[in-house]
Design a protein around this ligand. Sequence first.
Ligand SMILES: Nc1ncnc2c1ncn2[C@@H]1O[C@H](COP(=O)(O)OP(=O)(O)OP(=O)(O)O)[C@@H](O)[C@H]1O
Ligand SMILES: [Mg+2]
Length: 252
Amino acid sequence: MALRESAKLFRGLSSFTSRWTASSAPNQFFAAAALQTRSSTTTAYDIGSSTNIKWHEGSVSREAREEMLNQKGCILWFTGLSGSGKSTVAYTLEHALKAEGKLAHVLDGDNIRHGLNNNLGFSAADREENIRRIGEVSKLFSTCGVITLVSFISPYIKDRDAVRAKVDAGEFIEVYMKIPVSVCEDRDPKGLYKAARAGKIKGFTGIDDPYEEPENAELVLEVSKEDGVLAPPEKMAGEILQYLKTNGYLGK
Ligand SMILES: Nc1ncnc2c1ncn2[C@@H]1O[C@H](COP(=O)(O)OP(=O)(O)OP(=O)(O)O)[C@@H](O)[C@H]1O
Ligand SMILES: [Mg+2]
């Protein structure tokens, strides 16, 4: 470790230690640290069938991480039909945020199904579990201060709302890619619509499985009302970037 790094680490540790010893009751320190987190609803909740488990509160607050990054952690949840442009716009936005010096990361449906969710299929129960898991992962990223871009079809309202309910107000930003199925089917870059129409894929969203439109999405991206032309991905990403700026997610 470089000398400067060691000195920095030592300074950090001694400030921690002095705060620790200054407290007559050590628990007060942790109580104060716990209070620094945004709300109790973002930490502990239902632990299912597990027993003997207690939430361990960290002593570095979310606010401290966000201050360090000069941004607010949040979840931009892209939902829409296959081929609606979720991945394209999410990755375009990730680039735009990087150019602004902001830390963002895309969690993409197809990619996550290669790893974390590779044991899940497309039944209603598996789709629910797919969203539950990525909801938890996105919450971890967001708590870390990262602008988290989630691009999942996520066809059911209740699954998306369940993720929204687990995070703070304003932390979950639903981005509805409101692109008609006819446009998505025309694009069909993966040949999935063709296969679904031919009956080779069963339960395909928009064809023989429902897509439930968001009722109160923070952002709706669609074909232009004026000229009926679809905005290019850069323009869509720009619109979201503006929303983040206007609403104070990108710091000072
Ligand atoms: N705004 C846009 N204008 C024109 N073409 C676009 C636009 N957005 C995406 N596309 C094109 O549409 C196709 C589908 O986009 P993309 O793969 O991002 O969709 P998706 O919603 O992520 O689909 P899936 O759910 O299957 O992953 C791609 O070929 C992409 O280049
Ligand atoms: Mg995609």
